[in-house]
Structures are given as structure tokens and as C-alpha cells.
Design a protein around this ligand. Structure first.
Ligand code: NI
Length: 140
């Protein structure tokens, strides 16, 4: 599977963005994912793509809160592109991967035609994300 992006948990997305721009990244518009309580920005640098993720409302839960508490700003997932999410999830489950965050629509990919993502965990690898682009049509 091809890597789509590396996800970074960051405390202050604007400051992080400035630093990543200094490293040569060019950023897309921010996406506010209210359901997940996160703000997301994708930055591109040649073949490489990062996803900066920060908490919108610090009073509420968000997937990156624990990561930030434990490690501070840090890369915490690699996302792979899938052309068939349902099939890939089944394949990985047979290899002892477990679904951590079930398949859901990913707002951040809506601009590029929509997409859905799933987070999986393996005890010897840790967490990965899979994204299937343009897959809103076959969501349950
Ligand atoms: Ni991601």
C-alpha cells in the first residue's frame, strides 16, 4: 500500500504550520471536523504529505488529546491508501490487526471527492490509518 500521509498531533496548529512551511511544506486550507473535535491541515512537500491535527475544544475529548498529553507534538500515525477498504480491513484482521476506530467519513478528504478512513492497531506495529478516496457511496 502506498503512504498517503503522516499524521502529526500538534498543540498549536498555526505555529506548527509556520514551522513546517519553513521545512518546505505548502498547506491546503484548514478543515474543522466538529464531530471529531479536531482541526486538520494537510501540507505537501514533493512526494511527502503531512496531516497536522490539533484539538478544537480543549474541554472536550478528541482522539489526539492522549497523544499530546503523553508525547507532546509528535507524528503518531501513517496513513495508507486503499482502493477497497472493506477488503483490506478483512485481510488485515486475518493478520491480527484490530479495528481501533471503525470506518467513518473523513471530512478532511471531502474536497477531493470524499473519502472514508479506518484506524487499525497491531501489537507489533502500533496504529495505522487506511483511507479510501471517493468512497462515500458505499458507506453503510
Ligand atoms: Ni491521518
Amino acid at each position: 500500500m502506498i503512504v498517503d500521509h503522516i499524521g502529526y498531533a500538534v498543540r498549536d496548529i498555526d505555529r506548527a504550520r509556520t514551522e513546517f512551511e519553513g521545512l518546505g511544506y505548502t498547506f491546503e486550507e484548514s478543515v474543522f471536523d466538529v464531530d471529531r473535535n479536531v482541526c486538520i491541515q494537510f501540507g505537501n512537500n514533493g512526494e511527502y504529505r503531512v496531516e497536522l491535527i490539533s484539538v478544537m475544544d480543549r474541554e472536550k475529548e478528541a482522539p489526539v488529546v492522549d497523544v499530546l498529553k503523553k508525547n507532546g507534538p509528535t507524528p503518531y500515525h501513517i496513513c495508507y491508501r486503499s482502493s477497497d477498504l472493506a477488503t483490506d480491513i478483512e485481510k488485515l484482521k486475518k493478520k491480527n490487526w484490530i479495528v481501533m476506530i471503525p470506518r467513518a467519513r473523513a471530512l478532511a478528504f471531502d474536497r477531493s471527492g470524499g473519502g472514508s478512513v479506518v484506524f487499525l492497531y497491531h501489537r507489533y506495529v502500533g496504529m495505522i490509518e487506511l483511507v479510501e478516496m471517493g468512497s462515500l457511496g458505499d458507506m453503510d
